[in-house]
Write a new protein. Structure first.
Length: 107
C-alpha cells in the first residue's frame, strides 16, 4: 500500500487554507487542483508548481529546482518548479504560488 502521508500533509496542512484545493492520483504521485484546474503535483516527496519562464527564473533564484525525469537516457525538464521547505511553512507564499499557477493553467 502506498504511503500518502506527504500528500495529506501538503493538501491539509500546507494548502488546506485555500478553498477549492483537491488532489487526484497520477502516475507515481498526485495532481493538485484548484477548482478543477491543475496547479501543481506531488512526486517522490516533493511539491512542484506549474511555471512559465518568468516564474522559473524567480523561483530558481530562491533555491527551487525544476522537475526533471529521465527518458531514454536523456533528462527531460517539465514546466514545474519545486517549493522549498521555507515556502511551505508560509501560508501567504503558498497562496501566491497556487494562484500564479492557476492563472498559467487557465491560459
Amino acid at each position: 500500500m502506498k504511503d500518502n502521508s506527504y500528500t495529506e500533509y501538503v493538501v491539509y496542512d500546507v494548502l488546506g487554507h485555500i478553498d477549492g484545493i483537491a488532489t487526484r492520483r497520477m502516475f507515481s504521485g498526485a495532481g493538485v487542483y484548484l477548482d478543477g484546474v491543475i496547479v501543481a503535483f506531488i512526486n517522490d516527496g516533493e511539491l512542484y508548481f506549474k511555471c512559465d519562464d518568468d516564474l522559473k527564473k524567480k523561483y530558481l533564484s530562491l533555491g527551487c529546482h525544476p522537475f526533471t525525469y529521465n527518458k531514454k537516457g536523456k533528462e527531460v525538464e517539465l514546466c514545474y518548479i519545486s517549493a522549498t521547505e521555507e515556502m511551505m511553512e508560509d501560508r501567504e507564499v503558498m497562496s501566491s504560488r497556487v494562484y500564479e499557477s492557476y492563472e498559467l493553467s487557465k491560459k
